[in-house]
Design a protein around this ligand. Structure first.
Ligand code: ATP
Ligand code: MG
Length: 349
């Protein structure tokens, strides 16, 4: 029987780990889910900065979480991930993957051997030279995951794979009927937001926006001359609200609107760009995830600005979940497990 796999999401806010049984089978099941917060600065934009801190946290996570496997899949999804349309001659997927380094050097900002490359086929076509496959090329700077891999190894774990976070999100959130149509997944994290557009479950477009919930906290902190903790609490209590706010807090409300407005604009422009470049077909649904999207009023503002219906991600509502995990995870709070779950499921590929 295949061993259980643990997806590990190392984020600025903390480490989240989800153990999945039968990841490759017909009925993958979440058997453990645990997270541990990280101190500020230990991880930045998905990259481990303080190795010792992260190693200690991982060891503690394994002892409190009771994970039965040390085989882990890590994610990569920061601003150093690049996705482009690419058309290649029709070949087997293995041969396409082998040929990527020769095809893509001109598209990349780094030498080919410094990049992790992958290709996702979308459609087939014809060119003057014969049949072709149109797809999505994804490249990530290897160096940005090296330290994460090392931290995981130092914690006594066995990294069996590194996968792209945008695809991990698709694997979890585009299951069953939610696959159908042109769907955008938007993950608003701390410093990074990810936009993926998929057609009938197949990702066609990925953009990483270098902004997230942390930008709001930072802006509130400087405007109000507050500590980070105070600014964070202010953000949570105010959200995108205008009613019942004391006059003294008005400048802070304005800052929240300005910074959240910039992020909402970037997301909207990204979606408009996709639609413009893809035959003007409308996006039928947005699936929203990530802590930054919990800002009160954010989902509504995004829906008003894009005229696209929004649903909030509920990863544990989409896969089988062991009773003990389900009873410990209040309904609607499994959102933070999204990336880790998708990474574990990806080991099935
Ligand atoms: N209720 C809330 N209202 C507003 N913001 C919130 C709320 N809950 C969490 N956040 C914000 O969400 C952000 C963290 O989101 P998340 O946990 O998805 O990020 P992360 O995965 O740790 O970071 P990243 O993916 O960028 O590495 C923080 O900026 C936090 O302030
Ligand atoms: Mg995240």
């Amino acid at each position: 029987m295949a061993k259980n796999i643990v997806g590990v999401d190392i984020s600025s806010g903390g480490i989240r780990a989800v153990e999945v049984r039968d990841a490759a089978g017909a009925r993958p099941t979440v058997v453990r889910y645990e997270s541990i917060p990280l101190p500020e600065g230990a991880v930045l934009r998905g990259e481990v900065v303080e190795v010792a801190t992260v190693v200690t946290a991982l060891r503690q996570l394994w002892s409190t979480g009771g994970f039965s496997s040390k085989d882990v899949v890590l994610g990569i999804g920061n601003h150093r991930v690049l996705a482009r349309d690419l058309t290649v001659p029709k070949m087997s997927m293995d041969r396409i993957r082998e040929s990527l380094p020769f095809q893509v050097q001109d598209l990349l900002p780094v030498p080919v051997d410094a990049a992790l490359l992958d290709f996702y086929p979308i459609s087939e076509g014809q060119s003057d030279q014969g049949p072709v496959v149109n797809g999505l090329l994804v490249a990530a700077v290897k160096e940005s995951v090296d330290t994460n891999v090392r931290a995981v190894e130092l914690a006594g774990l066995n990294p069996i794979d590194v996968d792209l976070i945008p695809f991990a999100l698709c694997r979890v959130l585009l299951r069953g009927s939610s696959r159908r149509g042109l769907v955008a997944i938007i993950d608003v994290g701390s410093n990074t937001s990810t936009v993926v557009v998929a057609r009938d479950g197949v990702p066609e477009f990925v953009r990483i926006i270098s902004a997230g919930g942390r930008d709001l906290t930072d802006a509130i902190r400087s405007e109000g001359m507050l500590t980070t903790d105070q600014a964070e609490a202010t953000k949570l209590s105010l959200g995108l609200s205008t009613v019942g706010v004391p006059v003294a807090q008005q400048p802070i409300v304005e800052v929240i609107y300005k910074v959240a407005g910039e992020l909402l604009n970037s997301i909207r422009n990204t979606l408009t760009y996709f639609v413009g470049a893809h035959d003007q077909q409308p996006i039928t649904q947005i699936i929203l995830t990530g802590g930054g999207a919990k800002l009160r009023g954010f989902g509504q503002a995004l829906q008003d600005g894009t005229h696209i219906p929004i649903v909030i991600a509920d990863p544990f509502g989409l896969v089988a979940v062991d009773r003990r995990v389900a009873s410990r995870t209040a309904s609607g709070t499994s959102d933070a497990a999204c990336v880790a779950l998708g990474l574990a499921l990806g080991s099935a590929a």
